[in-house]
Design a protein around this ligand. Structure first.
Ligand SMILES: [Zn+2]
Length: 255
């Protein structure tokens, strides 16, 4: 058995953090964990690992010429600038619908990307990413790589953000597939997982060769949460940016 000790600051990092109007960014991603998705200076950045996975997804679809990235990681300063410029150019109503408040934007996590179909005159705030052709193929395939279409039309009241067909968020596989199959927003998914306490009743997701178990651990009041992981288990832990941790373990079916 391996005992992990987590601190309260760990609640605020990981691929499943919920960032929205209610839950702001609490921890900035270190600059050394960001990488350019097209290898050019001053270009679009994402968390290094997510950048690699996005490339794998695009390569699998042979779509690197048809789909382009429009906006990835934004610093607090950049998000402020975008928000203020949009207020001036587009007004309050539009801005509140489509631009998250500084420190409440997923773009500050390095886990979000806005994509556009590659055509002239790409709109920076509302890129064209239709529900057909290669864009739809990306939308259908990307959950296998850990991405979700984050702001769906049917979830506007829950996410607090208008329908954004172009905004994708990395949450990791198989969370992405479960959310897609169950038609859950990230808000609903992290809430649902609270019904699956670690070691007692995990959410079980069978794959071909292994079983994935997903569960929730509430952060201890004393600023140190201990989690026991069985030996020889592949695991991943993410904060939920609210009050605890999501533990994901993979077990081979032959065991
Ligand atoms: Zn976006």
């Amino acid at each position: 058995m391996k005992t992990l000790k987590l601190h309260n600051k760990d609640i605020y990092r990981g691929s499943l953090i919920l960032v929205n109007k209610q839950y702001p960014i609490r921890m900035n991603i270190p600059a050394q964990n960001l990488a350019s998705i097209n290898g050019e200076k001053n270009s679009i950045l994402m968390e290094t690992r997510v950048k690699t996975i996005l490339k794998q997804c695009m390569d699998a679809l042979f779509c690197t010429k048809q789909i382009v990235a429009v906006s990835g990681f934004r610093s607090l300063h950049e998000q402020k600038e975008i928000y203020e410029n949009s207020l001036m150019e587009n007004g309050k109503e539009f801005t509140e619908k489509f631009v998250a408040l500084p420190n409440h934007s997923e773009h500050q996590t390095g886990l979000a990307i806005d994509l556009a179909e590659n055509r002239p005159n790409i709109d920076f705030i509302r890129p064209y990413f239709p529900y057909k052709g290669i864009c739809q193929k990306f939308r259908e395939k990307s959950p296998l790589f850990g991405f979700i279409e984050r702001y769906q039309k049917s979830k506007e009241k829950i996410t607090g953000i208008s329908h954004e067909p172009w905004h994708f968020r990395y949450v990791g596989f198989p969370h992405s597939t479960i959310m897609t199959e169950k038609k859950l927003s990230l808000e609903e998914y992290v809430e649902l997982l609270k019904q699956y306490p670690y070691k007692k009743q995990p959410l079980i997701y069978p794959l071909e060769n292994c079983t994935v178990e997903i569960s929730y651990v509430k952060a201890a009041a004393c600023n140190e949460t201990t989690i026991d992981i069985p030996n020889n288990t592949t695991y991943q832990i993410s904060g939920n940016n609210m009050d605890g941790f999501i533990v994901t373990t993979w077990r081979n079916k032959s065991e």
